[in-house]
Design a binder for this molecule. Structure first.
Ligand code: MRU
Length: 374
């Protein structure tokens, strides 16, 4: 998508330097900075400390990290260690495991001399596929928005609510939840987006920045406002992203998503999830029992990053000195609260039957490998 009129992806390969360039998201929306990642360790830090974030982007970054490692050391030992080191950076978004296992499986059978080049080609493929998946999610999501639009009074926009940032910054391009918004806006459908700030890290500010860059009407709201807005009839549709969706359609996403789903259910507001297929974890059915939830530093809750009146980007403390904090980073919305999953192959119910009929080859492969294990 565009920043100040220039097209960017959230990461790209610098062929001359042989390094990965990323948009360093720690500074957004206050400052637009590009960082260079030269090694696997650089990439691991960038993922863990959320210079890059969002499930699909974490996966793509990890794939490039594997390519950087294979350039330095293409041995079997390095391949296994790289996979494990990167896998340990963030536990919840399953795209990380998906990308790493795809790289390991493709590279392991190659001679050492072929691994560096093959790893880079694979990382490019993963990045390009992500862009296409998200473009298609946008087309299917647009169809839903188009169904709602004629029910609005003349001149009234379709009012959407989103949580966290499932925008282009969280993917390689387009975003998942934002792709239908961008495409609806481009198609001339009047739109207004309520953007949850998403404490503690305020990823909503990234979404607001993206929507503003694209000229989409929006308002940045506190996380607690959603239920009230739904009761007043001011939300036509909730659309969020996901970090891991189980084979039966339980949706793990940024902390607070579950509360939005509950409020949507109580108020008869459709609750949709933009779901790229690499975010489906076919090995897990019960999301509440079996998805690992990342617990991040309590400092993220007691301190907030912002720009001061003097223009400096600083952390300020918002809790009493020494207050203990708790910081679970994700929650699980059970499938019965989800109206539909918007995938690259179309929209389906949040159920095992619907997901496996949309992705039969993946469901079969996962069932086969589970049988092999038992
Ligand atoms: O902790 P984050 O910022 O990586 O969490 C991001 C989210 O929860 C997104 O909604 C999710 O990864 C989907 S991104 C297309």
């Amino acid at each position: 998508m565009k920043v100040a009129g220039r097209h960017y992806r959230s990461l790209w390969w610098d062929g001359d330097a042989g390094t990965l360039r990323i948009i360093d998201q720690r500074w957004l929306p206050h400052d637009f900075r590009i960082a260079e990642l030269r090694t696997l360790d650089d990439c691991a830090v960038a993922i863990r400390e959320m210079w890059v974030r969002g499930a699909p982007l974490i996966g793509a970054t990890a794939a490039y990290a594997m390519a950087l490692k294979m350039h330095d050391d293409p041995s079997d030992d390095a391949l296994a260690r790289a996979r494990d080191e990167l896998h340990a950076t963030r536990p919840t978004a399953v795209n990380l495991r998906w990308a790493l296992d795809r790289c390991r499986d493709a590279l392991a059978s190659l001679p050492y001399s072929a691994r560096a080049e093959a790893a880079l080609v694979l990382a490019h493929d993963i990045a390009d596929e992500d862009v296409e998946i998200n473009r298609r999610i946008g087309e299917h999501g647009l169809a839903i928005i188009r169904e709602i639009a004629p029910r609005k009074a003349a001149g009234e926009p379709v009012r959407m609510l989103t949580h966290c940032n499932a925008g282009w910054l969280a993917t390689v391009d387009w975003g998942t939840a934002t792709s239908p918004m961008f495409q609806a806006h481009d198609a001339g459908v009047p739109l207004h987006v309520w953007v949850d700030e998403t404490r503690p890290r305020n990823q909503g500010a990234l979404t607001a920045w993206e929507l503003a860059s694209h000229g989409i009407a929006h308002a940045y709201i506190v996380d607690n406002a959603g239920g009230h807005l739904m009761q007043r009839g001011l939300v036509d549709m909730v659309l969020v992203g996901t970090d891991r969706t189980t084979r039966r359609g339980d949706v793990c996403n940024k902390i607070g998503t579950y509360l939005k789903a509950l409020a949507a259910h109580d108020n008869g507001v459709p609750f949709y999830v933009a779901l790229p297929s690499p975010t489906i974890d076919w090995t897990v059915a019960d999301g509440i029992a079996d998805i690992p939830i990342e617990e991040r530093s309590a400092r993220e809750t007691t301190h907030v990053l912002g720009r001061t009146g003097a223009g400096d980007i600083e952390h300020v403390m918002v809790a009493p000195e020494g207050t203990p904090g708790g910081n679970p980073a994700f929650d699980v919305t059970p499938n019965h609260l989800v109206t539909g999953l918007i995938t690259e192959r179309g929209v389906c119910d949040a159920s095992a039957e619907a997901l496996s009929s949309l992705f039969p080859e993946r469901a079969d492969a996962a069932a086969g490998s589970q049988q092999g294990l038992s």
